[in-house]
Design a protein around this ligand. Structure first.
Ligand code: SAH
Ligand code: SF4
Length: 359
């Protein structure tokens, strides 16, 4: 028997083709998107505007199954972190940051990561597998329809586990669903891909989808970046900045991108580094997001003092860059990259987590 397809991860385009094969009109695609992603209904029997014959046919060839929530953690600050179980049993993280005006969801695109950045808990775990598009969009579905909070997700960041641009097809398919007016209808400003710099895929990204881009730079020169973000050996800073400029140019209205820079004590946090960074970024339309290093079990790096981080920030602001330094809330989240799963396997819970429960 043929394996059933999981329609949760199908974009409008894919659903249209799927229904065409069944000799059904294309408006079925919109109906299905709306049931799944606007009403949160995944039981085909409840989809009353699909006739009974079609529903029966669908049930023999397709399923609509979200990934499972394995565990929930709630931090003191209200940030919620989830361990999500994939079809294979592998576990990834998802983080929900509730704020007054927005609800941001940090999603994973891979279980583990092959790129081994020296400051990253996910990198330390190595690569396990790519997520399917249903497992990526499934995180947003769970956050909107399964988790007990009454506000829909307004912003998505691909800052959980994995390198999104190394799971290109599935990530693009999931983003198409996020943006579609028949499903979540999120604008490009509300969806951010964070990448360590997979240059060939940054170059083709504009052809496939229009989203916000964040670059995990973390070092102002190739020598240091080769060391802490090893993919830089393959795609050095100059080619990366060039690809970013092209991405921005591909769209008519003015865009900026975000440069992420983790501050690690005695590694990349001196005033000299700040000066080099400012020089490097002068001609790039960007804002800078400084992230205090979050330590994890097995890492020797430290977070710089607040005073030192502020000197770094002030220098960049003085040079005209919009620069933010996250100190509390978002902190726990950006730094969540791979840390919960790592913690779980070491049976050590992060200190900010005050309660956890199985779902
Ligand atoms: N692979 C992508 C997206 C996932 S990482 C990327 O590298 O951009 C998401 C963000 O979390 C990146 O900016 C990453 O550098 C950051 N991050 C990873 N480990 C961290 C740590 N220990 N402390 C603070 N930020 C960290
Ligand atoms: Fe992978 Fe991003 Fe972690 Fe680097 S920072 S190891 S690219 S997940």
């Amino acid at each position: 028997m043929l394996e059933k397809v999981n329609l949760l991860g199908y974009s409008y385009e894919s659903l249209k083709n799927f229904f065409k094969e069944l000799n059904e009109p294309k408006f079925r695609a919109k109906q299905l998107l709306s049931w799944i992603h606007q009403k949160g209904v995944i039981d085909i029997d409840l989809m009353t505007d699909l006739n009974k014959n079609l529903r029966n046919k669908l049930k023999t060839i397709a399923t609509i199954i979200p990934p499972k929530i394995h565990k929930e953690y709630v931090s003191e600050e209200g940030t919620k972190k989830y361990l999500i179980e994939l079809a294979t049993g592998s576990i990834v993280e998802m983080v929900l940051i509730p704020e007054k005006k927005r609800q941001t969801l940090c999603v994973s695109s891979q279980a583990g990561c092959a790129l081994q950045c020296t400051f990253c808990a996910t990198g330390a775990q190595g690569f396990d597998q790519n997520l399917e598009s249903d497992e990526i969009i499934g995180q947003l579905w769970l956050a909107n329809f399964k988790i007990g909070h009454n506000k829909p997700i307004t912003n998505i960041v691909f800052m959980g586990m994995g390198e999104p641009l190394l799971n290109y097809e599935a990530v693009i398919e999931a983003i198409k669903i996020m943006k579609d007016q028949s499903s979540y209808g999120l604008s490009r400003k509300r969806i951010t891909i964070s990448t360590s710099g997979i240059v060939p895929n940054i170059k083709k990204l504009y052809k496939d989808v229009d989203v916000s881009l964040a670059i995990s730079l973390h070092a102002p020169d190739d020598k240091l970046r080769n060391e802490i973000v090893p993919i830089n050996n393959k795609y050095p800073i100059k080619t990366l900045i060039g690809a970013c400029k092209n991405y921005l140019k591909s769209f008519e209205n003015k865009r900026t991108l975000t440069i992420e820079y983790i501050l690690i004590d005695e590694v990349n946090d001196s005033l000299e580094h700040a000066k080099d960074l400012a020089k490097l970024l002068t001609k790039l339309s960007c804002k800078i997001n400084l992230i205090p290093f979050n330590s994890f079990n097995g890492s020797n790096y430290k977070r710089p003092s607040t005073a030192k981080m502020n000197v770094f920030k002030k220098y960049l602001i003085g040079k005209g860059f919009i620069t933010t330094l996250r100190v509390t809330r978002g902190d726990a989240v950006d730094a969540a990259c791979g840390q919960l799963v790592g913690d779980l396997s070491n049976s050590i819970k992060g200190k900010k987590l005050i309660k956890h429960k199985s779902i």
